[in-house]
Design a protein. Structure first.
Length: 344
């Protein structure tokens, strides 16, 4: 099992210095690169301070200029917000300037609030249709001249300029629902899954969906499967409590966005009462500490082993949860020095 890093430029309050966030994010990615992490993932989100990511290709180009080996993952671009020619060219340019380090992730988006602004009239639950039309179009544009007459996009003959330098760009699909697992397996895409704050049994459910999709596909699948979890490694009680407090604050904002249950003021989602969230047991402090990749180095090693046994190829260390930036670095340092060697 290899290790990957997902990190956002995030501000939880207006008092946080944006330049400090910028510098911190790059420092974390450089730490991961030097430690041998496989991929650094950048998201796409709009008009939200808790995930500042208006263009993941721009973020990854910046990271790529300051790193040597770590691959640069788009995790994930929202197909409905892009035109295929634009998307193909942006992705290929990143591959060019990074000497072939692009990992191309595509998905369907998460927040209806964001769709209401970026793609008015589109229900987030229907956005998978854009993703499934977009991906083959981008791949054909990478290959050469192609004209398209689809449901959502139509254009005369065009091609991607530039072309990727990799002969075959790795493609990732964000999957939780059975239909998306089916699509990823049928098209031999790599899969990334995120059980949110659910217990390990949710990861087992995803494994079952993956196996069922492979069976439907005649047993054929050569893709890789990664699993993302909020991660905090600590060796003292103060950091332990701070991690739990931070994730609960972030979840109260995340719940606002997911359920449209509060206002967003100048990019900052209001915190909604945790007991108002659906399935609010998922935000219980004891359950969060148990379900997420939280704990001492020894505890985290033991928590990771079942994921490896489940067949997870890559564990995505999700660093962003509103935690103090210095504590984020302490956590990553402990993970690098005391957890990763156990899986060498």
């Amino acid at each position: 099992m290899k290790f990957q890093l997902a990190i956002n430029l995030e501000r939880m309050t207006p008092e946080t210095d944006m330049k400090a966030v910028r510098d911190h994010t790059l420092e974390m990615v450089k730490m991961a690169d030097e430690a041998g992490f496989e991929i650094a993932w950048a998201a796409e989100h709009h008009a939200m301070e808790m995930t500042i990511a208006p263009n993941p290709f721009q973020i990854l180009t910046w990271w790529g200029e300051h790193t040597k080996n770590i691959r640069l993952g788009v995790g994930v671009v929202n197909a409905a917000y892009w035109h295929p020619i634009n998307l193909a060219g942006e992705a290929a340019f990143l591959d060019l300037v990074s000497d072939g380090r692009l990992e191309f992730g595509i998905g369907s988006g998460a927040y209806q609030r964001e769709f209401d602004r970026m793609k008015p009239g589109l229900d987030q639950r229907d956005s998978w249709r854009y993703m499934q039309e977009m991906l083959p179009v981008v791949q054909k544009l990478w290959a050469g001249d192609y004209e398209h007459d689809g449901e959502f996009w139509q254009f005369p003959s065009a091609t991607s300029c530039p072309k990727p330098v990799q002969d075959e760009v790795p493609v990732w699909v964000a999957a939780r629902a059975p239909i998306t697992f089916d699509y990823a397996v049928e098209n031999n895409c790599n899969i990334m899954s995120w059980p949110l704050t659910m217990p390990f049994s949710e990861a087992e459910t995803y494994r079952q969906r993956l196996d069922e999709s492979i069976a439907k596909n005649g047993g054929k699948y050569e893709g890789r499967w990664s699993m993302m979890r909020h991660t905090s490694v600590y060796d003292n009680e103060a950091d332990r409590q701070a991690a739990i407090d931070s994730i609960r604050v972030q979840l109260s904002q995340f719940g606002n966005l997911l359920m449209k249950s509060g206002d967003v003021v100048n990019g900052f989602p209001e915190q909604v009462p945790l007991d108002s969230l659906e399935g609010n047991a998922r935000v219980d402090p004891q359950m969060l500490e148990e379900n997420l990749m939280f704990g001492s180095p020894e505890q985290v090693v033991e928590k990771l082993k079942p994921y490896e046994e489940l067949g997870v190829d890559g564990f995505i260390y999700y660093a962003s949860m509103g935690m103090d930036m210095e504590q984020q670095k302490r956590s990553l340092k402990l993970f690098i020095e005391q957890v990763m060697p156990k899986f060498a």
